[in-house]
Design a protein around this ligand. Structure first.
Ligand SMILES: [Zn+2]
Length: 74
């Protein structure tokens, strides 16, 4: 849950990331949006905490599992 009282610290360019599906399409997602959805779970690596996001290709509906550091966007 994001703190609504905090000033915006990230530019849109930093928030947008591209994911390539198995068919080679690139879909772009907004970290701030996908990191605040419930369609994710947190996985832990070596000293880092990553969010496992379940995203869908915008062109062929291929399901994609993407690991993103959502720390700054929760
Ligand atoms: Zn696709």
């Amino acid at each position: 849950m994001a703190d609504m009282n905090q000033p915006q610290q990230h530019t849109e360019a930093e928030r947008i990331f591209g994911v390539t599906c198995r068919n080679g399409h690139v879909s772009y997602f907004d970290k701030q949006r996908v990191c605040s959805s419930n369609n994710r779970k947190v996985v832990r690596g070596d000293g880092t905490e990553l969010d496992e996001l379940y995203l869908t290709c915008s062109q062929c509906d291929d399901a994609m599992i993407v690991h993103v550091n959502c720390e700054a966007y929760r």
